[in-house]
Write a protein that binds this ligand. Structure first.
Ligand code: PEP
Length: 253
């Protein structure tokens, strides 16, 4: 069974851009992509710029996303931001389980699972990141690691998962300039879809969009996005410059 999946490109700005710079970048992206509707587009600025970026995106086709969140709606969690707060700022999407969160902030599959459940019940679309490290790939464990991250991340997740996004981001490709070849990426994406089919059913697996992330640039985007199971990209470094980001979006038709 195969189904049309609209491609989706998300820019993960990470801990970059002052409020003013975020406004300038957003203005630039809106200008570059004025009237463009072929691909779903999401901007994920830092928390500090969600409000100004969201205000600029009103009346555009581009949607707002956050890079992380806590799972509780409110409470004594100093320094954290809740799903409801993100909804309050008109976020549609939230990146969860990014490898930098897993590596530097001890986010486990269990935590990611709790966050995915909280996002869905708050009507935020999770972009759940999975991916193996260099050592895991070299020791032949890549597929098993990704299987565990998907199975545990989506364990007992109820409700309609068809609109959620999975991002395959091999850790060795993030910010390193090393990109997975289209063949390597496609092989893992097909594996992910197979796991989704086994655990959540074929119809859900065919609807979930699986993004590739890891040093995507205007020069390599088209080849990656041509693969049958690659439904777009999660873009770090290249999303910080309006023209480069727009070129990647345009490569994803
Ligand atoms: C990311 O961090 O999600 C990412 C893909 O980064 P980069 O594009 O810079 O490799």
């Amino acid at each position: 069974m195969s189904k049309y999946r609209k491609k989706i490109i998300a820019g993960n700005w990470k801990m970059n851009k002052s409020v003013r710079e975020a406004q300038d970048l957003t203005d630039g992206i809106i200008r570059e992509l004025a009237g463009y509707r072929e691909t779903d587009i999401v901007l994920c600025p830092p928390f500090t710029s969600l409000k100004v970026v969201g205000d600029l995106l009103v009346d555009t086709y581009i949607k707002l996303g956050a890079q992380n969140m806590h799972w509780e709606p409110s409470g004594a969690y100093t320094g954290e931001v809740s799903p409801n707060m993100l909804r309050d700022l008109f976020c549609h999407y939230v990146i969860l389980g990014h490898s930098e969160r897993r590596a530097y902030f001890n986010e486990t599959d269990k935590i990611v699972n709790t966050k995915v459940k909280a996002a869905i019940s708050t009507h935020l679309v999770p972009i759940m990141c999975v991916g193996e490290t260099k050592a895991e790939r070299e020791s032949g464990q890549a597929k098993d690691i990704v299987r565990r991250q998907i199975e545990e991340g989506l364990r007992d997740v109820e409700g309609d998962l068809k609109t959620m996004i999975v991002a395959y981001e091999p850790v060795w490709a993030i910010g390193t300039g090393l990109t997975a070849t289209p063949d390597i990426a496609q092989e893992m994406h097909a594996h992910i879809r197979e796991i989704l089919a086994k655990t959540k059913g074929e119809a859900t697996a065919q609807s979930i969009r699986i993004q590739y992330g890891g040093s995507v640039k205007p020069e390599n985007a088209a080849e990656l996005f041509k693969q049958p199971d690659i439904d777009g990209g999660l873009i770090g470094g290249a999303s910080l410059e309006a023209r480069a980001f727009a070129k990647i979006v345009e490569a994803a038709v």
